[in-house]
Write a protein that binds this ligand. Structure first.
Ligand code: 4IP
Length: 251
């Protein structure tokens, strides 16, 4: 039994096996990498959440980020957002109608297409023609597996101009070490891309005549950004700081 479920993990997982878009123990990192590289706006998948057995996560690809929502199994029903489905079939039917989900950051996402667990793969292998080693002097200890940190986020923020101190609402996306802002959500080309590798601090800011603001300090400029709510500003600060820690660790 678990925090989320009142039935055994095995029973829930067995039942979910019929879903072609249930990805079992796929990690958050792998779900983000998969949906960002191969999914399209509105692709989604279900996976086990690491918050405990019986808790699930629905990962959804947005424009340039992946959002994760809780799905829980309670009183023998599936609970997703405000809806409770008493059977797995009801839960599946809900997805067939391309539901709209709104996160607490105000972003609306249409769940357009399930991302399959099984994909057709050609069973073709390359044959090894050359196999030699470079004498780099490296040892087994140098063989550290690394991956770029993901952790994506996007949403509207109001930003201050650099020289002309006016405030404009812009669509921000955070992916790898890049924070981009666009004219709006539909914008294809970013107005500017900020490289977080040269950002020295992210903190709440109270110096402006606005609420829910934070600033990002770069050598040549400090950017002032404001969210709609304090919770949202806090979320941005947390993920940006996490990114900076990852960058410092060389990830
Ligand atoms: C602009 O004001 C916008 O606020 C720009 O923001 C800003 O550029 C400009 O800053 C500012 O003059 P107008 O639209 O009234 O001209 P955005 O690029 O988001 O449209 P930043 O550098 O903040 O992107 P300066 O530094 O060019 O004055």
């Amino acid at each position: 039994m678990s925090l989320c479920s009142d039935v055994s993990v095995e029973d829930v997982s067995d039942e979910l096996e019929i879903l072609g878009w249930y990805h079992y123990d796929l990690s958050r990192h792998a779900a983000e990498a998969l949906l960002l590289s191969n999914g399209t706006d509105g692709s989604y998948l279900l996976r086990n959440s690491n918050e405990g057995p019986g808790c699930f996560a629905l990962s959804v690809r947005a424009k340039d980020s992946v959002k994760h929502f809780h799905v829980t199994r309670k009183d023998n029903s599936y609970v997703f957002g405000f809806n409770k489905f008493s059977t797995l079939q009801d839960f599946i039917n809900h997805f067939a109608n391309q539901p709209l989900v709104g996160s607490d950051t105000g972003t609306l996402l249409v769940l357009r297409s399930p991302y399959p667990w099984r994909v057709e793969e050609p069973s073709i292998y390359e044959s090894v023609r050359v196999h030699t080693a470079m004498q780099t002097g490296r040892t087994e200890n140098d063989l550290v597996a690394t991956a770029q940190s993901l952790g994506t986020k996007e949403g509207y923020l109001v930003k201050q101009g650099g020289i002309v101190k006016n405030w404009k609402q812009r669509w921000f996306t955070l992916n790898r070490y890049e924070l981009k802002y666009f004219k709006d959500k539909m914008g294809d080309e970013p107005i500017r891309t900020l490289d977080l590798r040269s950002c020295s601090a992210v903190q709440f800011d109270y110096s402006q005549d606005r609420v829910n603001c934070f600033c990002l300090v770069f050598p040549e400029r400090t950017f002032y950004l404001c969210a709609k709510t304090g919770v949202e500003a806090d979320e941005w600060i947390k993920i940006l700081r996490w990114k900076m820690t990852q960058i410092k660790k060389g990830r």
